[in-house]
Design a protein around this ligand. Sequence first.
Ligand code: SF4
Length: 309
Amino acid sequence: MNSPFLLSAYEHCNRDGFWSRDWEKEKPDEHQFMQKCINAGLCTSEKNYGQYAGEEAINLGAEPGLRTESLNVYDEVIHIAHISDLIVTALRKPNDKPWEMAKEIPLDNGTIWKSSAYLDPSGTKLRRVCLVTNWSDDRHYSEARSWYSLGEVCAYGLPMQQVVCVLGARRDGKRHGYWSKGVLHPANKKLRFRKRNDVGTNFKESWNTIFREDRDEIETETWLQAMLDDGVLQDSLFNVDIQVPEPIARQMITDTAARRLEEIYSLKATPPQQFSTCNWPLPCVYRGCCNRGDSPSGKSGFVPIEQVR
Ligand code: SF4
């Protein structure tokens, strides 16, 4: 389990962090699933890396599967495959080497920092792909100060390119953003995008709303070019630079990370429950077993993970 995940879980609820040290859900949720597909596409040496990301979705959909409340799991997997293909194709340039994960490093107290970030081939900056439903000032500061961004930047002493992908709202197992949904002209089949706040762009009723996965005849590059032409690509994909803080602040943050990781790894007994965070900001994955007074196990859909110290 990577360090930013563990630290975030521990800050959410000490018991969440303690259990996340040793257990994870067998099936990834939609966000984790898409991150795995994007990771596969960014890190592959295959020439068609976008398609590779999509194929990874099919593989993961078969084993271990997708954890979703949606009734049609197969359709959702295909939906994610197409979004992942588009995102990877937009992120990686044809001459780019495969992206690499940053290597583990020891912090000052010897605790290992296991990264969730990518290291640029030049070795001079980190990269992170941040998948969000929507973006706001609050979200900007929340992500910029998270262990996934500020924590990584302080651990390595390197700045980060935090790439934000705005996916749109998720309903019935589908994302309703520009990566997945557009409108087609009824006659010439031109692909356009219905911008939420642009009152000047009116599409007649006859324009057909389409989802990406239903239109294999539209090339990935054509979809991305249409996003660019309609001015929605810059709303869906943008960069936030995270700088390395000054030395005193950086030391304070890495010391906090080192102390807290050591605390998590040395925990022997299950910490008390923290009820105010069971359902917020997201439903805790341990609600079922925790509320029954149980610990995570195979029976409740968890699998043990290797500990990193
Ligand atoms: S269900 Fe609540 S108390 Fe239990 S681990 Fe999750 S947040 Fe903590």
